[in-house]
Design a binder for this molecule. Sequence first.
Ligand code: SAH
Ligand code: SF4
Length: 373
Amino acid sequence: MFNRIPLSSSMTEVEKILEKPLFTKDDLIHLLISSGKDRLALFEKAKKTKADYLGKKVYFRGLIEYSNYCKKNCYYCGIRAGNNHFARYRMSDEEVLEAVQYAWENNYASIVIQAGEQTNKPYISKIESLLKRIYIQTKGQIHVTLSLGEQSEDTYKRWLDAGAHRYLLRIEVSSMDLYKKLHPDNRAHDYQQRLEALRTLRKTGYQVGTGVMIGLPFQTIPDLADDLIFFRDFDIDMAGMGPYIEHADTPLYKFRDSLLPLLERFDLSLKMVAILRIMMKNINIAATTAMQTIDKQGREKALMVGANVIMPNLTPVKYRQDYLLYENKPCLDEDAQECKSCLEARIHIAGDVIGYGEWGDSQHFSDRKPGGN
Ligand code: SAH
Ligand code: SF4
């Protein structure tokens, strides 16, 4: 009964932290700046946590970058309304349904529809009708994640009723002060409103995912520790985090000389994934495309330290050049089939298996007591 291994005095500070059931902010800072043997101990623990709680399954979410029209002007984003150096597009219904059909026939079981933010009535109805058509076409067998920004409670409800299941809305940074530095100062870019949107999504019944960018101008290691605490306190079901990558046509570009080198941003992102996996054992964590932008094997590396979701791109190749949230996005010329074959091999190398035909819902969401959210 009392067979716990005593903590040896030769253990490093980080190794002792990794044994704790709950991390403090100081602990998180130590983990985020760990290096050498300590860093490897963190990755090892995250890998074991994933294996113990979720096994080796990795779930595919076919990513459909539906439209690059956006009414907002986030200072970091390449498709912000103020950037007119590229063509705006919206996929036709047929193009969306074709991508969905591809996902369905290839047993993906799940798709993500992402776009810039629009809130006009015709757009809301368009998404609603698309969701209904997807439901009919796939006999309700495809689970849909939306990533369409901040919307009203009524809109979130309509889309849920029309067939959506999950929603991704990154808080971007959990510090209100930092949020203000990265967005224009107006109602459309209000930190409290974004937080409220996350609460509304939870209340409406979605599996809720959020996340942050890592390595932004002005962002500190304590800020990232606070982000992790935010995820725990909010009790999120899913996370999508990745390195910030500068884009020349954005206001933040002028701070590029103050940024961490790309490889350090990548390493910090890996650590964020690993720590979050240890903190929240049964949530879904995505190996994001931005990680692959910095390191060709970035997503596989994320899978090896705790991520369990990957998003093969199903956007028609002709639109990809125009959905550049950041520069050097990978796979701009790979169609869905090439993308799939490449990923299968990569996941295999990472030692995982693909959960084809499985929805791969957040176990955390299912484990939450009814009414307890
Ligand atoms: N408009 C929606 C969804 C599309 S943007 C929304 O904002 O929620 C999806 C994500 O891209 C954003 O949440 C942001 O975290 C990320 N992103 C935008 N610009 C980026 C950049 N320069 N580097 C890395 N990620 C970026
Ligand atoms: Fe629009 Fe999203 Fe980019 Fe902000 S991050 S400008 S809301 S697409």
